[in-house]
Design a protein around this ligand. Sequence first.
Ligand code: F6P
Length: 546
Amino acid sequence: MNVARDAIFERLSAHRRDVERTPLRRMFADDPHRFARMSLKLDDLLFDYSKTRTTPETISLLVELARACDLEGRRDAMFSGAKINTTEGRAVLHTALRAAEDARILVDGQDVMPEVLAERRKAAQFAEAVRSGALMGATGERFCDIVNIGIGGSDLGPAMAATALTPYTQAGLRGHFVSNVDGAHITDTLRRLDPARTLVLVASKTFTTLETMANAHAARGWLVGALGEAAVGAHFAAISTNVEAVEAFGMSEDRMFRFWDWVGGRYSIWSVIGLSLTILIGAQNFQAFLDGGREVDEHFRDAPLDRNIPALMGLLGVWHRNVWGFGTHAVLPYDQRLARFPAYLQQLDMESNGKRVTLDGAPVERATGPIVWGEPGTNGQHAFYQLLHQGADVVPADILMAALPHENVGDQHAMLLANALAQGEAFMKGRTTEEAAAQLKGAGKSPGQAEELAPHKTFPGDRPTCAIAYRTLDPRTLGRLIALYEHKVFTQGVIWGINSFDQWGVELGKELASRLIPVMKREAGAEELDSSTRGLVDHLLALQGQ
Ligand code: F6P
């Protein structure tokens, strides 16, 4: 129990009742400097939170809350290599993976940086050799298809980033990402590929994950079927913390890329899990990606909390989740190549903060991580924005936009940005019933018709959004964006007093699946199962038998 924290939550609730009296459009009208006061810049990257229902007092209270929860102390503990992942007894050091070459970071008294740098160099050399054609397949052909087999953090990061950084991909190289244990995924991926020109990267922190191992064996079979057993060494590489399991898979030392247990799966894109991305975009661009992450680390460590972008992102999330009771958070990139960013953030946020007990195992006293979801704009506008504008639930959202596109297609970038800005404005301002009626009358409706239709055309407004605007989606910016959200999630975990770095909630389903596999393979009976699961098993097996 944190008495100081609870007292500030009380004050925040009282403060909400004050804030609620003033609509956002009024706040803007009353304060011409609202945007200047409520936006922050990190070089070209602008974070605008002026369209949230906050005042300077809200921010001071939220900063007080952060202090009462020792956000700064917890942050420093994370960066220093303390074992803050207490349920697994591990340090949390994805920040070391993007740290400067001269950094010294100790875990159990050992500086981890020499190993980090050695592995980074090994991956860079391997990637460059693939890109230049110095490293070829067993038949002497250049690799042109890079297949990453992994799931969760061993898939979402590289898959999302490869799409985001498409313009930086070397011509002639294509990335493919296979994750699902559904055989359709590997089948549809490999069907289009030539084994002689395919490099397969098996990415798994534990190297035991069912999906990844099954797909890796399927890919091995496909390759051996075409090129023979002797070709495996030339066409496979492994990325893992589990050296023994990689060796058992038959991979040689030079084809093994390592990382460490202090890198959480969902934080591993910065490690050699980024090898597929490094091959696609090159070591120099991957370094720029790491540099972007490091810039945000420095900002998170050095900026005062009321001018600290990730800390404010986290605190505003707490304001929305706990004080207003909003249950979900939407991520709306007006940047098509960030199409997988919401899915990436789902794992980052929901696997980190989807927790119901505090660090000491007591039930949490208030709601924790929201449901995170989203789709790129403008597509979402024609799908779910109806609910965002007029639905019964309020969904706080982040709107992401780049000033410069990579390609100019007519005026389309101007159209894209105009839409992003218009949505933020509409969420904030809404449209009153009087305005709707006036507009209807102006369009020729009778007063009666206008009155009847006006409620349907009313927008409540006051729907909070934050905007993140940057020059262009380059490797450095992608690194900055990911690190911003990582530290946002960290900030929220500290306020809620939970462990953001374990994921026990994925275990039960895995355990039950391992009991059900023999049942579905007809090697074990279904007698022990509950009647629903047994009924489903019987139905599926009967259909298979027909
Ligand atoms: O979904 C649970 C999880 O452990 C994630 O945290 C992780 O990213 C994913 O599975 C994949 O695990 P691995 O990299 O060990 O195969």
